[in-house]
Design a protein around this ligand. Structure first.
Ligand code: ZN
Ligand code: ZN
Length: 338
């Protein structure tokens, strides 16, 4: 096996200020995606309001290609707000328009430029990672599209050298022709990117529980979760896992449909999240919710995030002294020819 390049120690970072007493300390950062409507610092306020100790944001309008440049003073205010709030980890999520695998050269070029811009914006805001979907194959052969996606991501990373901000390729539900529903596809992308000098430390993986479940990877019972993590480790490497999107799924195992649900109210269920948040091999990985925020009246309500966070904290709390699983070790990625 070839020596693996050193990885940047990106996250989690230790808190720089005293933590809010309302939030029970956890071994790992736990938070939710928050809107930047009203300004970047509003996302931090929303995080504090709901008891998050980490945060995910879009840094732009994700439904349009055009972006508004970030004013330096807004970037400074955001970084200051994150520090003051004691948030331990902040991550960005890219625009859904971006498709680095696109067969159409114009769309692909636009996607690569937009990914590079996402990295520049994250860097300004002091955000170490941008979560990115690997794109869709459309009419292309999957293997061709996987290679194009990886080369596109590598190009965006290369264009933004020497920025520290990197990309987390997100596991997907495999809806339509979306890439990234199998761990092997993501492993193949990492192989292409890692082969470019200096890029390996700037690319990792985000595991979305709803997506992997919808893609057919079971998370319960314990033996099934072990098998899923072993498969992840073999194809990708647990050392590349930098973030978990904690979402329950409205749809059943293997449905290949991406519909998030509140923790414990979907087909994944509370016991599976209990195993997940207590798993020693995942103990260092931040958890970010992307669960529905609509309350009973259909309007966004901070109570939904509070409730989901409380469920995860309760499940985590019951875990102390839980038995150790027997399988996968981080970094034991085993693939032929290496
Ligand atoms: Zn996600
Ligand atoms: Zn999703």
């Amino acid at each position: 096996m070839a020596p693996r390049p050193p990885r940047r120690a990106a996250a989690p970072r230790p808190p720089r200020t005293s933590r809010r007493s309302a939030v029970r300390p956890l071994a790992r950062p736990l938070g939710a995606h928050q809107s930047i409507a009203g300004g970047f610092t509003r996302a931090v306020e929303r995080a504090v309001e709901t008891g998050c100790d980490c945060l995910q944001v879009f840094t732009r309008n994700i439904n349009r290609w055009e972006t508004k440049p970030i004013a330096p003073e807004d970037a400074t205010a955001f970084r200051d707000a994150v520090r003051t709030a004691g948030l331990r980890f902040v991550v960005a999520h890219d625009s859904y328009l971006i498709n680095p695998a696109a067969a159409d050269p114009a769309l692909r070029a636009r996607s690569i430029a937009a990914l590079a811009e996402e990295l520049e914006r994250a860097e300004m805001l002091g955000i170490p990672w941008v979560v990115a979907h690997p794109g869709a194959a459309g009419e292309q052969q999957v293997a061709t599209a996987v290679r194009r996606a990886a080369e596109g991501i590598a190009r965006a990373l290369g264009q933004t050298h020497p920025l520290a901000a990197g990309i987390l390729i997100e596991t997907t539900a495999g809806q339509g022709s979306c890439l990234g529903a199998s761990f092997e596809e993501i492993g193949a992308m990492l192989d292409v990117i890692d082969a470019e000098p200096g890029l390996a430390g700037r690319v990792g993986v985000c595991l979305d529980t709803c997506h992997v479940f919808a893609a057919g990877y079971p998370l319960f019972p314990a033996e099934a979760l072990e098998t899923t993590l072993t498969r992840f480790d073999a194809a990708i490497g647990l050392d590349r896992l930098k973030l978990i999107h904690a979402n329950d799924s409205k749809r059943e195992l293997g449905a290949r449909v991406d519909r998030h649900e509140a923790i414990g109210r979907g087909c994944i269920g509370e016991p599976a999240f209990g195993l997940l948040v207590r798993h020693p091999l995942l103990a260092h990985v931040p958890l970010v919710l992307e669960t529905p925020k609509e309350g009973a009246d259909g309007r966004p309500c901070p109570d939904e995030d509070r409730r989901n966070l409380a469920v995860l904290r309760r499940l985590h709390g019951t875990a102390r002294g839980a038995t150790r699983p027997r399988t996968a070790r981080p970094g034991s990625r085993r693939r032929p020819g290496r």
